[in-house]
Design a protein around this ligand. Structure first.
Ligand SMILES: Nc1ncnc2c1ncn2[C@@H]1O[C@H](COP(=O)(O)OP(=O)(O)O)[C@@H](O)[C@H]1O
Ligand SMILES: [Mg+2]
Length: 441
């Protein structure tokens, strides 16, 4: 088939050099005929010639075999290189973080899908500074191009919903084809969204600052009254009684605050362990109402409780759900109008986002000042209050709804608020009717 084999199809490769003997035999025969050399000399010459010929032919075969081996090896290597290049490209392409490759003039040569999604699909061969408008990032890239040292820069990206990005900049020196320089410098950029880490960091800082502030206020007031009692009010019996009462109230507020903080940290510790028990919800709510009966009477308030769908058992942690309804009913009493009614309703609901299962809902409605709509999205933040002074004067810590939110998260539940200023506030808690973690029966 091949051209190589078609020349001497019947003769084995090793015997092909013998064909060169034909012209030699002819020449030697002619020389013997002309009596230039004797038969013996001709014989010796042909033996030497044959030996040389075989030696040369063996060497040639060996070299050819070596060459063939090298070619096969190279073919394998180039196939492997191509495969690993493809693998690397597809890994880069599918990584969730944006990656970019720039040349030494800051032009974008390559960008993975995330980078295109982030910066736009028309960025290739354009200057990076058109898309990342940050002096710090651009200066750092400039320095990496100059010196080859790596840099890490943080910057804020976007105006509407700014994201905290971390950019790592590395120099890649690749052997070049250019005879003027042996290496060509490329810049490799990896971008990480560290917004959640920054937010968590900020939340921790805010939380410590808020908690310290909340504790310092009653502490300062207690210290102030102690000084007054030791000084100007030393002999004023009536003032002493009044101040001691205030000090007692302030100390109670500190205790409540510490209790709430401890409670929050305990709930957070258990956040990833789903509740394993079953709770009789109407009984639990009844007992919460009973616990708060004295406070209800003090404000001439009453409670109506309806359980239209005859809900009884729901999956949950008894103590934590008690805490949820105690906090919500406490708010309804605290912020509810005197001499009014609190309405508690227990009912079933199907597929209300973000829950896709049938839920048991508890709504607690009280008449009162209500909550202006702009405050509603922030109510479950720690220490967030609509009216801080009012909440404090009523003994609030600002942590009640944050605790409720965390407990409901652990129960895969949900809370929503509806309110009309100067009319009513309704808080609705949704709990999954079945335990999603339990094995199917
Ligand atoms: N039923 C309600 N009616 C009016 N405002 C409410 C009601 N429940 C909660 N709020 C508002 O939400 C804020 C946060 O509640 P919460 O976390 O329980 O803290 P606290 O009650 O200790 O102030 C309260 O300060 C109050 O402004
Ligand atoms: Mg409260």
């Amino acid at each position: 088939m091949t051209k190589k084999n078609s020349t001497f199809p019947s003769l084995p490769r090793e015997l092909r050099p013998l064909l060169l003997m034909l012209p030699l035999a002819l020449v030697l025969s002619l020389l013997i005929y002309l009596e230039t050399i004797s038969v013996t000399v001709a014989f010796v010459l042909s033996i030497v010639f044959i030996l040389c010929l075989f030696q040369l032919s063996r060497k040639y075969e060996q070299e050819m075999a070596e060459l063939r081996r090298k070619i096969i090896l190279q073919e394998h290597e180039s196939r492997d290189t191509k495969a690993s290049q493809l693998l690397l490209t597809s890994i880069m392409e599918n990584l969730a973080d944006p990656f970019l490759l720039l040349d030494a003039r800051k032009r974008i040569l390559m960008a993975n899908k995330s980078a295109l999604d982030m910066l736009g699909h028309d960025i290739l061969r354009k200057d990076l500074s058109l898309f990342i408008r940050s002096h710090e990032v651009n200066d750092a890239i400039g320095e990496t191009i100059e010196s080859g040292t790596s840099h890490t820069v943080e910057y804020l990206y976007g105006n509407v919903m700014p994201r905290n990005l971390l950019v790592r900049i590395h120099a890649l020196d690749i052997p070049s084809q250019d005879p003027a320089s042996s290496l060509k410098r490329y810049i490799f950029l990896s971008i990480y969204d560290i917004t959640p880490i920054k937010q968590a960091e900020q939340m921790r800082v805010d939380f410590v600052a808020n908690a310290s502030h909340e504790l310092r206020t009653p502490l300062a007031s207690i210290l102030g009254f102690v000084e007054t009692l030791q000084g100007p009010a030393r002999n004023d019996r009536e003032a002493q009684d009044r101040f001691l009462k205030i000090m007692y109230d302030e100390a109670c507020r500190m205790t409540r605050l510490v209790d709430d903080l401890l409670s929050l940290s305990k709930i957070e510790r258990e956040a990833h362990i789903p509740p394993s028990g079953m709770v009789n919800l109407p009984t639990l709510i009844d007992s919460v109402v009973e616990t708060l009966a004295v406070r209800l009477r003090k404000k001439d308030m009453s409670v109506t409780f309806r359980n239209d769908d005859h809900i009884d058992m729901v999956p949950g942690d008894y103590d934590q759900l008690t805490q949820v309804f105690q906090n919500l009913l406490d708010n309804a009493i605290k912020y509810g109008r005197e001499n009014s009614e609190i309405d508690i309703r227990l009912y079933k609901e199907t597929a209300t986002p973000p829950l896709d299962v049938q839920t048991c809902n508890v709504s607690i409605t009280n008449a009162g000042a209500g909550i202006p709509p702009e405050h509603i999205p922030r109510l479950t933040e720690r220490f967030y209050r609509v009216d801080t002074a009012r909440s404090r004067s009523l003994g609030g810590t600002g942590l009640g709804l944050a605790i409720v939110k965390h407990i409901l998260q652990r129960h895969k539940g949900h809370i929503r608020f509806e309110s009309e200023v100067n009319k009513y506030t309704r808080v609705t808690v949704s709990l999954p009717q079945t335990n999603s973690e339990a094995p199917p029966k």
